[in-house]
Ligand binder design. Sequence first.
Ligand code: AHG
Ligand code: MN
Ligand code: MN
Length: 319
Amino acid sequence: MQNLSQVLAQSSAPDSLKSVLAVTTGTCIAISDALKQGSLAGILGMAGNENVQGEEQKKLDVISNDMLKDALMACPSVRAIASEEEEDIVAANTDGEYLIAFDPLDGSSNIDINAMVGTIFSIYQQTGDHAATEQDFLIAGKHQVAAGYVLYGPSSMLVLTTGDGVNMFTYDPTKQSFILTTENVQVAPETKEFAINMSNQRFWSENMQNYVKDLTLGKEGPREKDFNMRWVAAMVGDVHRILCRGGIFIYPWDKKDPSKPGKLRLMYEANPMAMLLEQAGGKAHTHTQRILDIEPTAIHQRVAVVLGAANEVDKCLSY
Ligand code: AHG
Ligand code: MN
Ligand code: MN
């Protein structure tokens, strides 16, 4: 069985990108170790401050952000980072050629109930002789050179693409490395499983309400089949399930706060997951366009997300 560095050694990824991936995934192992300690390490609970999005930070949001930030800043190939937990981008090495956007801990509300959380990352290549700025990060997702996540579940798993399919790795604590366990993941075009936070139903657009109503009408409704529903409350867990057994995941625009185009963030949630889904034969859209085509206007911008099984995403958009 091959480990991550053996798999990367056979890929066409340049050595500088391999070093960024080694630092990122190595830090995720350290985050995984910290999570396993839970309250024994005094790391659960609130940090006592808000991030730039006005969300209460958990201690683990801050700890995992600091771990990734410190490790990446020390990596010579890193030009700059952008994080959910940092208001501004942080410039690293002007000679570095990679920009990394990350969600250090996705699914924070799951921390205190010992449920699935993860780290999501998105990598772009960019050079220049100036210190990196926010403007440098505003690149459409289709230009990502790598994207992935580490899911901290019953086992820790790395799911990675460098633009040549999607591989899944399982963390082996006895070897302290990620071992390739599923190659070239594919998402079937049809599905009978959906993921959406139903408690927001009354705030959705009428079209979204009609689409989900037809799913729940099952065999007796226009879809003529029964659908099952799941909601992990961590995008990383919902996307992992879709990569494993198919499905559709939706976090739509809603009128709770009509000024926000969605809840999820483009640069470090939607884009990396969209690249993984497309590389696995699935689709990822907002209600109007392909996520990877969006020209970003700000690093913390939000988008509506419909991703998963290709035919089901098309069906949803047809409403
Ligand atoms: P984060 O913990 O990084 O802020 O992200 C949480 C996101 C996403 O992972 C998940 O799908 C969604 O929020 C859950 O939202 P609800 O609270 O509406 O279930
Ligand atoms: Mn998140
Ligand atoms: Mn987060």
